[in-house]
Design a protein around this ligand. Structure first.
Ligand code: GAR
Length: 189
């Protein structure tokens, strides 16, 4: 049995997709959703999906008790799905190469502190980029700079608005994120 923890801060569309993708697979258990935002719609999704929800504040999240909690759940992979806090070094050390993030751009472009969600798509459009995409990467102690696992591009047009780019990125995330997670869980590297 492979056990996933999904960390969220926002709408939770990736959480929803990952949960639905793995529902038919008895080898994968979504052991918990960790949220740092009491108002996130992702929290409601977790409840609807029947996944235990752990709401964290900064002090608890950055402390040893949180690491112990994740260890006690026997988590194989921590998945950041729209989670917006930096991951503390202690958690990275406790789960080496077992924490991944999805970023809605082609890193190393449009990454780092402040580049999340819609801010990314606005910057991409302002720079008249001809393409954007998604990056799935290992998490280190800096924002958006761990080793890249997977990227997928999509073409943009001159008339694409940030909302249009967001819609294209959403499709890429829905198609690819669960598949990459499955590969990481079952293809031993
Ligand atoms: C996703 O597009 C994800 O790539 C992005 O936030 C969105 C979360 O959507 N993550 C970042 O910007 C991280 N820097 P969701 O809550 O609906 O899954």
């Amino acid at each position: 049995m492979k056990r996933l923890a999904i960390f969220v801060s926002g709408g939770g569309t990736n959480l929803q997709r990952i949960a639905e993708y793995f529902t038919p697979n008895p080898e994968v258990d979504l052991a918990c959703v960790v949220s740092n935002n009491k108002d996130a719609y992702a929290n409601q999704r977790a409840k609807n999906l029947g996944i235990p929800l752990l709401l964290v504040d900064k002090e608890y999240f950055n402390g040893d008790q949180f690491i112990a909690r994740m260890k006690s759940l026997d988590i194989d992979l921590i998945v950041l799905a729209g989670f917006l806090w930096l991951i503390p070094q202690g958690l990275i050390d406790a789960f080496p190469n077992k924490i991944i993030n999805i970023h809605p751009a082609l890193l190393p472009k449009y990454g780092g502190k402040g580049f999340y969600g819609h801010h990314v798509h606005e910057a991409v459009v302002a720079a008249h980029e001809k393409e954007s995409g998604i990056t799935i990467h290992y998490v280190n102690e800096h924002y958006d700079s761990g080793n890249i696992i997977f990227q997928k591009k999509v073409a943009l047009t001159d008339t694409d608005t940030p909302d249009d780019v967001a819609a294209k990125i959403h499709v890429l995330e829905q198609e690819n994120f669960p598949v990459v997670i499955e590969k990481l869980l079952f293809d031993k590297k």
